[in-house]
Structures are given as C-alpha cells and as structure tokens.
Design a protein around this ligand. Sequence first.
Ligand SMILES: Cc1cc2nc3c(=O)[nH]c(=O)nc-3n(C[C@H](O)[C@H](O)[C@H](O)COP(=O)(O)OP(=O)(O)OC[C@H]3O[C@@H](n4cnc5c(N)ncnc54)[C@H](O)[C@@H]3O)c2cc1C
Length: 272
Amino acid sequence: MPGEGFDSALKAAADFKAEGVGALFTLLGENVTDLTDANRVVEHYEEVLAESGEVHAEVSVKPTQLGLDIDQEAAYANLRRLARAAANARSFLWIDMEGSAYTERTVDLYKVVHAEHANTGIALQAYLHRTVGDVIGLIPARPAIRLVKGAYAEPGTIAFSAKREIDENYLALCTLMLPEVKRRNVRLVMATHDTDLIARAWRFGQALGLDRAHFEIAMLYGIRVDQQLRLAKEGFAVRDLISWGDAWYAWYLRRLAERPANVWFVARQLLP
Ligand SMILES: Cc1cc2nc3c(=O)[nH]c(=O)nc-3n(C[C@H](O)[C@H](O)[C@H](O)COP(=O)(O)OP(=O)(O)OC[C@H]3O[C@@H](n4cnc5c(N)ncnc54)[C@H](O)[C@@H]3O)c2cc1C
C-alpha cells in the first residue's frame, strides 16, 4: 500500500492513470463488530467516490466491513447506499469475497444489489468447488465478475488446494465466461498476477474475437508492476488495486501466507 491515508491512494492512482492503468480503491478492514463502525466505513467510501472522479477509480468493499457479521439487513442497506453513491459518481462498486462462511450470503447479497444497480460486481474464487455453479447461476443476469484464485485457508472438502488444480479451474471458469463477455456483455476481470494464465485466457479471448480493451486484468499495488505496465501498454484494460487504512494486519498476513518469500522481503527492509 502507498500509505495509510486515502490521499496517498489518490496520488498513486493519478500516477498509474498517467501510465494507462486504472485504479480500484479499497479501505482495509473487515469483521466490524459495531454498526456505527460500518456506518463510518460507508461515509468514508461516499467521500472517496466523490473525490475519485479525476482518476475514474472503482471501489471494492468487504461485506463484513459493512456489518454482515452483525446484521445482514443492515449490511444490505449499506451496500445499496454505496451502489447508489457509485452510480452518482459514475463509478462501479465491487464486492470482495471473504472466507467460505460468507460465500452464500455474499452471492445472495450481490444478486439483490445487482438487480437494482447494474454498476456492481462480485469477486468469485477459483479455489472453491462451488464457484462454477455460482458463475452459471449468475450469467443470465449479466453480472460483473472479478475472478480471483482465493486468499483464505479453506478445507479440502470445499476447495482445491493444489496450485495446478486451482489454475485449471481458473482457466476453465474464464473459458466459461469469456464467450459471455462477447455475447451478453458480461464483465469479467481476471484479478491475478499469473501472467501465464492471463496469456492462455487471452489466446482464447482472441479466438472469440474479443478486443484487448474489453479484456480486463487487475493486480495488487506493488506486485508485478512491470507486468501491469506492459499489459496496459499492449492495450489491455488494467486496474491496480490500491488500499489504505490502518487495519492492514489481517490483509498483510494473507499476502505473507500466499507467498512466504515476502517474509524475507519485509525482514530485509527492517534490517539496518
Ligand atoms: C485485484 C485483486 C483483487 C482480489 N480480491 C480478492 C477477493 O475479493 N477475495 C479473495 O479471496 N482474494 C482476492 N484477491 C487475492 C487472490 O485471491 C490471490 O490470493 C492473489 O491474487 C495471489 O494469487 P495470484 O492469482 O496472483 O496467483 P499466484 O499463483 O499466487 O501467483 C502468480 C505469481 O504472481 C506473483 N505473486 C502473487 N502474489 C504475490 C505476492 N503477494 N507478493 C509477490 N508476488 C506475488 C508471483 O510471481 C507468483 O508466482 C485479489 C487479488 C487481486 C489481484
């Protein structure tokens, strides 16, 4: 992350915009235990959306940051409020996918909000066995899907754990959705740093007659930036997910878990 304040995220987004890379904003934090905090998050995002016009950023929120653990109806109401704010700002609202305890409720939440607000999308995780069913169920409603591999520790009964299997499922899901990007205007964002997977999916997209501007890719701030710039230069629609906030601990641990080499990277920065 570029810094703990939103101003640093905005500045980073402006720098990326100059390089042809769009921004996806997210305030770090999850599992709020008080609806007052959830309301504060909504108000903060409303300000973010109002200030993001210049950089054409989209925003991404976690349902548990909007109160899903406390009161499902309140979380729905908060999400609706944000979808309206995003529409007013001519922006787009994404719903992050958290651990599997929330998947069903998050997909249900998305169905309701998307029926009212077309400018909304959901993240789905390729490591979950159920995701193919979720994609098939959502396609008739012309969803926007941000496909990720998945960042939480899930049991083998519901999730693939071998990288090869996750990658195969990721590609199979892209193969399912890419024709719908062309046919039904479904929006698919490949949110991965795996440039081999991106290249393989693009070969299929190309065969379908998709143009690069409709082939969307998203990566995290600071990871494979060279690839983000290369893909943008080649004409693909690339977004960089930029986060800020002081609740970075859980998020940071997930990043370490998916790439233990980062422990050494961080240790090196701390050592004199
Ligand atoms: C825009 C975006 C949004 C996301 N939203 C969600 C979400 O809502 N829910 C969710 O569960 N997960 C989300 N994720 C995280 C995702 O599930 C993966 O955990 C994460 O992207 C790592 O997997 P990968 O697809 O990059 O593939 P990997 O196979 O893990 O990585 C491919 C290559 O990318 C590089 N790389 C990957 N991660 C790192 C890292 N941390 N540090 C340095 N290099 C790295 C390495 O070179 C690696 O070989 C999101 C990811 C992105 C990019």
